[in-house]
Design a protein around this ligand. Structure first.
Ligand SMILES: Cc1cc2nc3c(=O)[nH]c(=O)nc-3n(C[C@H](O)[C@H](O)[C@H](O)COP(=O)(O)OP(=O)(O)OC[C@H]3O[C@@H](n4cnc5c(N)ncnc54)[C@H](O)[C@@H]3O)c2cc1C
Length: 540
């Protein structure tokens, strides 16, 4: 039922906007009931390309119009007015088809804090069963993991040899190795668990949608860019979308569920007249519901990299055609080597200073380096040095800085964020940088390091570190929070993810997170899809 024009089914019980990490889950789960008619509208295309399936293919898909929205950011004064292109998946599977495949849930405290923020029913004990329901764990038997769910999660198949050096260095600074970091507590070093099946990417398109779309009651329409939600008497009754230059509408007998991601969801609400009254007026949009927080509360993990020259081959020093051919053959033969690896292979969660309840920094080890220059607008287009290098990126797990999503002149989302807008984040990042410096100073690391690359020279005091941080800060592709869930009147959605003041309308994706979780965000977006689907099916 993939063709929009030949299909008479223009009315469904549920319309889902956005077939990403959360949207594919909701479409698949709701259509399990053969009596329920579901339409899934996705602005991007199919996700069958080899680049989507091969783990390292994301590097080629970034900044490619076919796969990546490349959302625009306003200059960020907290990092010297640099601005990034904020990548986001634009195809079935959304971010889960484009991302680095790191599987990480967050900590018990992350979700228990959501409870305190008014997200009733979203504490760790509440969300745990949904994490298990999503997952098919391919590692040794372990009670922290689900074994019957659709999303394949696998231990690292073939870690780069330098990951062992990183793990030794972590041990030398007192960080133990975690056997499993997905059980609710994360402090220590670990090798990545990846959303991969037999070494291939496992997106929600693959895990949930591919089989589900064979059902006659699920209609998937790709290249359908949803413009507005159709409202009647403060109730969502359908959507209008553009496909092949034509405008089409579909109607929802029960609900419209918006899963267009942290940038796409608030923008769609605003285009439909649900948002801050003043901004809507400025954009010439009729106000259906004054919702001051639509687009607000944007959060992202700010990251800063340090890198060193080393005496062993690394990925960036082996980007020559004969190496790539060798790696491709190796990947096709048994799905090992760099082309089969997730974006980050080894990590650590650390407390950068005493007195913290939980780790405040995530440390990402990369057997490669790339440049983050003053005027770089995307780390993906930054150059890689030819010499062997390693990097450690530190990102803050609980950033205090906040931003917002606005509508641009063309009514598309524009990001107005300050990565280091809160001085407390700058202070934490200085500590994180010194921690990373300590990891590089260990005897394990010193065996391979032959020179400083960035920073060079090493900053001598906090002031110099602060300047380095502002010059080099980067986005880590984990934006959340722009349609905040909560129990208060200003929250955009209630704990059932229903948009306040509007009937028949929910938001279900990373945008509802009241606070960013401690690590990468895909697992949580998938969990949100599972939980919201069950809420809907149970009639709440
Ligand atoms: C480059 C990159 C690397 C990442 N690496 C990791 C990682 O290694 N591990 C991890 O856990 N997380 C990672 N993430 C983050 C993670 O993938 C996201 O948090 C997650 O995918 C968000 O899911 P979502 O459902 O909220 O939105 P998305 O998955 O982005 O889904 C939104 C969907 O809506 C569609 N859409 C948007 N607007 C419209 C519209 N108007 N009409 C119709 N459809 C629309 C989009 O095309 C998309 O398919 C990464 C993200 C990126 C971009």
């Amino acid at each position: 039922m993939a063709d929009a024009k030949s299909d008479p089914m223009d009315v469904a019980d549920y319309i889902i906007v956005g077939g990403g990490s959360a949207g594919c889950v909701i479409a698949a789960r709701l259509s399990e009931d053969p009596a329920t008619r579901v339409i899934l509208l996705e602005a991007g295309g199919e996700a069958g390309s080899f680049m989507v399936q091969m783990p390292a293919g994301f590097a080629k898909m970034l900044l490619n119009d076919r796969f990546d929205w490349q959302y625009e950011q306003l200059p960020d004064p907290s990092i010297g007015n640099r601005r990034f292109i904020w990548s986001a998946g634009k195809m079935l599977g959304g971010g889960s088809s484009l991302n680095g495949q790191v599987y990480i849930r967050g900590t018990r405290n992350d979700f228990d804090h959501w409870l305190q923020l008014g997200a009733t029913g979203w504490g760790w004990d509440d969300v745990w069963p949904y994490f298990l329901r999503c997952e098919h764990w391919h590692g040794p038997a372990n009670q922290n993991h689900g074994s019957h769910g659709p999303v394949a999660v696998s231990p690292m198949r073939d870690p780069h040899p330098l990951c062992a050096v990183f793990m030794d260095a972590c041990a030398q600074v007192g960080l133990g190795e975690l056997e499993d970091y997905n059980g609710g507590a994360m402090e220590g070093s670990f090798l990545t668990q990846a959303t991969q099946l037999d070494g291939w990417r496992c997106s929600t398109e693959k895990a949930y949608l591919r089989d589900a779309r064979k059902r006659p009651n699920l209609r998937v329409i790709t290249n359908a860019d949803v413009e507005t939600i159709i409202m009647e008497n403060s109730r969502a009754v359908g959507v209008s979308y553009r496909r092949d230059g034509q405008y089409e509408t579909v109607r929802a007998a029960r609900e419209v569920i918006v899963s267009a991601g942290t940038m796409g969801s608030p923008a769609l609400l605003m285009r439909s007249g649900i948002g801050p009254a003043d901004s809507l007026r400025e954009s010439g949009i009729e106000i259906i519901q004054d919702h001051p927080e639509v687009g607000e509360n944007l959060q992202e993990h700010p990251g800063v990299t340090q890198n060193k020259f080393v005496n062993r081959p690394t990925i960036n020093s082996q980007l020559r055609p004969h190496h790539i051919m060798r790696d491709l053959v190796r990947f096709l033969w048994n799905r090992t080597g760099p082309l089969g690896a997730p974006a980050v292979q080894a990590m650590a969660m650390v407390r950068t200073h005493d007195g913290l309840e939980e780790p405040d920094a995530q440390i990402h080890f990369l057997p490669l380096a790339y440049n983050v220059e003053q005027d770089t607008i995307s780390s993906a287009e930054a150059e890689m040095p030819k010499e062997p290098c390693v990097s450690i990126i530190a990102s803050l797990t609980r950033p205090k800085s906040r931003g917002r999503i606005k509508l641009g002149a063309d009514k598309r989302p524009v990001i107005d964020h300050q990565l280091l807008g809160d001085e407390r984040d700058v202070a934490s990042m200085v500590k994180a940088m010194k921690f990373v410096n300590g990891v590089f100073a260990t005897s394990a690391m010193q065996q391979i390091i032959i020179g400083d690359r960035s920073p060079d020279p090493i900053p001598a005091n906090d002031e110099e570190w602060t300047q380095y941080i502002r010059d080099k800060a980067l986005v880590t592709y984990h934006p959340v929070g722009s349609c905040r869930m909560g129990a208060d009147d200003r929250a955009v959605v209630d704990p059932q993810c229903r948009v306040r003041g509007i009937g028949g309308l929910r938001v279900a994706d990373a945008s509802i997170m009241p606070r960013i979780t401690s690590g990468n965000t895909n697992a949580t977006a998938i969990m949100i899809g599972e939980k919201v689907a069950e809420t809907i099916r149970s009639g709440r």
